[in-house]
Each structure stands twice: as C-alpha cells, then as structure tokens.
Write a protein that binds this ligand. Structure first.
Ligand code: AQP
Length: 334
C-alpha cells in the first residue's frame, strides 16, 4: 500500500517555510490513496543543543502546528518520534549499513557542524541514518519535503538499496521524495541566497507561525527587494532572487503558479505588491496562529493525542522492525 511519511523538528518556532514546504502539503495529502504518517522528530532536534524545558514546549507546539495546519489525527497518524522506540532501534541497525563517507558528504552536516566539525555531536553526523529509519520503519513509499531534504532522501534510498543488496532481499522500498509546488524552498526575507530557517539568528529573516498581523506586515514591508517593477512571467525573475522569493510565497499562499501571480502584478513595483502579499499572508496565517493557541491551551489533550498516535504508529512499525531483525540474523522482539 502507498504510505506517506514526513516529520518536522521541534528545534525552534515553525516558519512560513515549514508551513508552505511541509505542513500545508501534509494536510493536502490526507484522504487520498496513501496512508499518511506524520511525526515531530525530537530525536533529530537534540543532535544540536536544546534547553530541556523549551524543547518540551516546542514538541507540543509542533503538534499544535500540525493540527492547526489541517493535519487531522483521525485521518493521519500524528505522533512524537521518541515515543516510538522502533525509530531509534532501526536507526542503530542502519548505522551498521550506512558508510561514514556517505555522512560526511551531506551538505546539511557541513552547514550545521561548521568549521569545527570534530566537535559536532555524533548524532548530527548520523542524522540521515535516523531519518532513513523514520521513513523505512513504515516502509513508506513517498516523503513530502522541501528542496533542502532532497540529499537526505537520496541517502535513504542508498541505505535501503545496500540493505536489500547485502541481505539479498526486497525488504525496503525505494522511497520517492515529493517536492512540489511554488514554495519548495522559501528564502530568507533578508538574504535571497539563504533558506528561511527557524534557527536563523535574525528574526526579521523569517515569518513565524506565532507572529501577529503587525509583525507579519512589518517583516514583509522590510523584506529585501530590488527597485524594478515586476515582469510579466517567472522567466523575468531569474536573476532577482529576492523578488522571485516573494512572488513564490504569494503563489504558494494563493494556490497559483508564479506566472498567474505575475499576470496580475505585471509592471507594478513592490510598493503595490508588498501590501497585497502582507494581506494574503495575514489572512492565511492568522487562523492557524489562533488555532495553535487554542491547542496549546490544553497540553494534556495534546499529550493524549500524541500518545494515541504513538500506539498506532507502533502497531505499523513493530512487524517491519521485527522482520528487519530476522533478516539480519537477530532474534525477534519478545
Ligand atoms: N525555507 C523552507 N522552504 C521550504 N521548506 C522548508 N522546510 C524547512 N525550511 C524550508 C521543510 O520543512 C520540513 C521540516 O524541516 P525541519 O524541521 O526538519 O528542519 P530544517 O529543514 O532544517 O528546517 P529549518 O527551519 O531550517 O530548521 P533548522 O533551522 O533547525 O535547521 C522539511 O520538509 C523541510 O524541507
């Protein structure tokens, strides 16, 4: 059966990039042919330092953001990674399949480890093996992600292929990335060459899902742009990364193509475009922010939903993990 899996790290407040590149699409994929399994990946978040009390809050906030964005825990399995031990267990098995050299080649590791990579946590290096485990412990066939996760998805396939080859089985599927829409890579509002990221030190670089209408409008007003009017088609934005980013955001928020957006704004400058974008962003995000607040008012209810999700996730994962162990010559779980 087709099965979709994806996750988000509770490593900071979620951004418009996480919403457009991930959450919005997670919700849209529900109710189709594929079963949908979504996860707050706390074990990934702790590969860099997290304050325990803040992390606990962010995990619940992550769950609230999924639900506020339209992920329905009755239609999808929604849970927290560390509450389903099969993820960590399969990750260890994959640590014996994956090669060290594969991990050193990951651009996310290079970016996050920085110059002093000897000092990075071992978990940060092994991150993609855990991600492969997240996906393959459900034998997921497709993973909706932003552009930045493409390399990790390729590594997931490499691990699956090596496992299948080494043990002479057809056990793990070749999982496909689903990278679709106008906002697969939302860029920083301050720098058109950098991804919008929850861990960017500049708050003005991103729109947070918890920002109020004034903050959203102000960040868009101050977003870096050029002085030229907008062209009639996306082709004309090739060398204008900041302008292209704002047009892509508009397109993704309004479910249009960038060309459709430009048909409306051709010849206009940012003095006209930015207020329209701000209005659209506020209109879309305000209800999400409000619903997140409502969910966050009842943390016990969030914990209950995550507990139920974990049980359902475990029921899918356990037989697949058991079969994996058997293939490798280990004894099955008791
Ligand atoms: N700027 C973005 N545009 C489109 N999609 C994005 N995603 C993240 N940033 C953008 C997608 O959101 C999902 C969850 O990402 P993550 O939480 O696993 O972490 P990340 O990709 O490392 O995102 P951040 O915001 O940049 O977090 P930090 O700063 O902690 O590293 C993924 O599907 C991702 O593609």
């Amino acid at each position: 059966t087709p099965r979709i899996f994806s996750g988000i790290q509770p490593s900071g407040g979620l951004t418009l990039g996480n919403y457009l590149g991930a959450l919005k699409r997670f919700a849209a994929l529900q109710g189709g042919k594929a079963e949908t399994i979504y996860c707050i990946v706390d074990l990934h978040a702790i590969t860099v330092w997290q304050e325990p009390e803040i992390l606990r809050q962010r995990i619940r906030e992550g769950a609230a953001a999924f639900m506020a964005s339209g992920v329905d825990p009755a239609q999808s399995i929604l849970f927290n990674q560390s509450q389903v031990p099969a993820h960590a267990e399969l990750a260890w098995l994959f640590n014996t399949v994956a090669r060290v050299g594969w991990m050193y080649r990951m651009t996310q590791f290079k970016d996050k480890a920085g110059k002093n990579s000897e000092n990075a946590s071992l978990g940060l290096l092994a991150y993609p093996a855990l991600m492969a485990a997240d996906i393959l412990v459900y034998q997921a066939t497709a993973v909706p992600v932003g552009e930045d996760q493409k390399q990790h998805l390729e590594l997931t396939r490499d691990i699956a292929a090596k496992f299948n080859h080494d043990y002479g089985v057809q056990h793990f599927p070749m999982t496909e990335p689903l990278i679709e829409g106008a906002a697969t890579r939302v860029m920083s509002l301050r720098d058109g060459a950098k991804k919008m990221s929850k861990s960017d030190p500049s708050d003005a670089s991103r729109i947070n899902l918890t920002d109020d209408a004034d903050a959203i409008a102000q960040k868009i007003r101050k977003a870096r742009t050029d002085a030229d009017p907008l062209p009639g088609s996306a082709e004309g934005l090739k060398d204008r990364p900041e302008a292209r980013n704002l047009v892509n955001i508009f397109a993704a928020l309004s479910d249009q193509t960038p060309d459709q957006v430009l048909t409306r704004f051709e010849g206009q400058g940012f003095g006209a475009f930015k207020p329209a974008l701000a209005e659209l962003a506020v209109e879309t995000l305000s209800p999400i922010t409000r619903r997140m607040g409502e969910f966050m008012a009842d943390p016990d209810e969030i914990d209950r939903i995550l507990g139920q999700g974990a049980e359902r996730a475990e029921a899918v994962a356990t037989p697949i993990l058991d079969r994996t162990k058997e293939i490798m010559g280990l004894l099955r779980s008791r």
